[in-house]
Design a protein around this ligand. Structure first.
Ligand SMILES: [Zn+2]
Length: 546
């Protein structure tokens, strides 16, 4: 029960779910009424037991924290972009706008009081506000005028809208295309419509927007990670490490104190990545600071359904989503083989059924080097491919709120309309992944969707937004059990990178969170409204509710 070290902290709660696989498969019952307190020293759990057993270990120097709630392992968000979000979430948050009037109001508010020459920025725009209309800068021009420099990123973060003045500022006056299926969309006359697809085109505009100062970025990152810790998040798989300033940014943030969330960052391996850059990526594995390190590599086989850049077997309703982000899939496969041989776990973004199939087949054919690989998103794919994924031991990393926030059971949303009935009926098949024996890690993809973990876990069970009981669930039979969603935020993110962690055990990391609800006992509605009372990450108290 005890590792014999004097405890620095003792946390007394009502019960504990350890999620320890050694406790058997019966995670619903691992509560072991006996365990309700944890002792911590040197960042590790030194003892677990009943309140009185643990209290007996206290010295005068021990801090005793009483929290009426359930202790669970600290949450790991398996897919998020906290660093990229610093530049992506500037300006108006449009993610709550449901129609064009609401977008117009948010933009007017954002523009109010600014110099005429200042940029107006926004993010999180839901393409469903355009309904049947093409996505162009017409809306922005109606509201703010073409001469205002305006740049709005869409919710999927894979496309954006730029006003005429913004395009002019970046010197864009005609069709352009970039590697990775990225392009400046033009109308019949060859003039840009203001719609920009994928990263290359978006970066052209971003590069002419005045950047946040370094200190502003450090502040914003610290605030964001604190807000994440307040949602019970102790660790995060960051799906990017592109900006050369990221190293300095994280180092500067750590000077101010321990990072509120421990970060594992996976740099991108893109079609444009050179051999020298790949060698550097491999070399950099494990580099980092106290509470962050570079781990794994992120690749993209395709883009998004809403952007028309996913890779489908047959075109979508607009004749789009027909190609890979890689000119030749063989180039993608070659990179994955190199990374596998070098011992680097990969994570590949794959959304359309053709892209997912290519990635599953590529990963399944790799020589077994003991490296765990994973696929991100898996939005729509036939069941036999999911079975193949499970059989090959490939991990799935999925984002339940992409389904519940952006699609509708009646198929009226943009995603379902583009894919058509058959493919829409295969939306985010989380249940099938588990039935196929696959590892299923859950995450937010922040800033594409909000990062609060408990509502995501609730949505994953309900298959509708937990805050709106009036909304019909999308494929409710694909919903997960309470134990499966808790595993998806604790043990499974580690399983998805080939590590055994994310559970509570004596001698293991003191990384846990205390909730005012028991996630294995309450219904999803109650879970969604649950509060996080305490978060501890490697023995550091990163959040404490007053
Ligand atoms: Zn992402």
């Amino acid at each position: 029960m005890t590792a014999g070290t004097l405890p620095e902290i003792i946390v007394r709660a009502d019960n504990v779910h350890t999620m320890n696989p050694a406790a058997g498969n019966d995670s619903e019952n691992d509560a072991c009424e006996r365990v309700s307190a944890i002792a911590v020293a040197g960042g590790l759990i030194t003892a677990m037991g009943t309140r009185s057993e643990i209290e007996d270990l206290a010295t005068s120097a021990t801090e005793i924290i009483d929290v009426p709630g359930t202790i669970v392992p600290g949450f790991t968000d398996a897919h998020a972009h906290p660093i990229m979000s610093l530049s992506m979430t500037r300006g108006a948050d449009l993610s709550f706008c449901r129609d064009q009037d609401q977008v117009a109001e948010a933009l007017r508010e954002e523009a109010a009081g600014r110099d005429p020459d200042e940029w107006v920025l926004g993010w999180g725009l839901d393409p469903n506000v355009f309904a049947d209309e093409a996505i162009t800068n017409a809306l922005v021009h109606r509201v703010l005028g073409a001469e205002k420099k305006t740049f709005l990123s869409l919710f999927d973060a894979h496309s954006a809208i730029a006003s005429g003045a913004a395009l002019a500022e970046a010197g864009i006056a005609e069709a352009r295309s970039y590697p990775g299926n990225s392009s400046v969309v033009v109308d019949e006359s060859g003039s840009p419509t203001g719609h920009l697809l994928e990263f290359g085109a978006m970066e052209e505009i971003r590069s002419v927007i005045p950047a946040l100062s370094f200190n502003e970025q450090v502040d914003a990152l610290n605030d964001l990670l604190k807000a994440m810790a307040a949602q019970g998040i102790a660790a995060m798989h960051v799906m990017d490490m592109n900006d050369p300033d990221t190293f300095e940014l994280l180092a500067a943030a750590e000077v101010r104190g321990p990072l509120p969330v421990k970060l594992r960052l996976s740099p991108w391996c893109a079609p444009t990545t050179t051999d020298a850059e790949l060698a550097k990526l491999i070399e950099s594995q494990g580099e980092g600071g106290d509470r962050w390190h570079i781990g794994g590599a992120k690749l993209f086989i395709d883009g998004t359904v809403e952007g028309g850049t996913a890779w489908l077997e047959t075109p979508d309703s607009k004749g789009e989503s027909t190609t890979s982000a890689w000119g030749a899939t063989e180039d993608y496969a070659a990179r994955v083989r190199e990374l596998n041989a070098a011992g680097v776990p990969t994570a590949t973004h794959a959304i359309g059924e053709r892209g997912i199939r290519e990635v599953v087949e590529t990963l399944a054919a790799l020589p077994d080097t003991g490296v765990q690989h994973r696929i991100e998103h898996i939005e729509s794919v036939p069941k036999d491919i999911i079975n193949q994924l499970g059989a090959a031991g490939i991990a799935a990393s999925m984002q339940p709120t992409h389904c519940t926030h952006y699609t509708a059971a009646d198929g009226s949303d943009d995603w379902s309309q583009r894919l058509g009935e058959v493919r829409a009926a295969r939306a985010w098949c989380t249940r099938d992944v588990i039935d196929a024996g696959g590892v299923l890690a859950l995450g937010s993809d922040y800033p594409v969707a909000p990062f609060a973990a408990l509502p995501i876990m609730a949505d994953a069970q309900l298959r509708r937004p937990v805050e709106d009981a009036g909304v019909a669930p999308v494929l409710p039979e694909q919903g997960l059990s309470p134990a499966e969603v808790l595993a998806g935020y604790t043990t499974e993110p580690y399983a998805a990178i080939g590590e055994e962690a994310g559970y509570l055990a004596v001698g293991g990391p003191a990384t846990f969170t205390v909730l005012d609800v028991d996630p294995l006992a309450v219904d999803p509605e109650e879970l969604g409204q649950g509060r996080v009372l305490l978060t501890v990450s490697d023995g550091v108290i990163t959040h404490r509710q007053d």
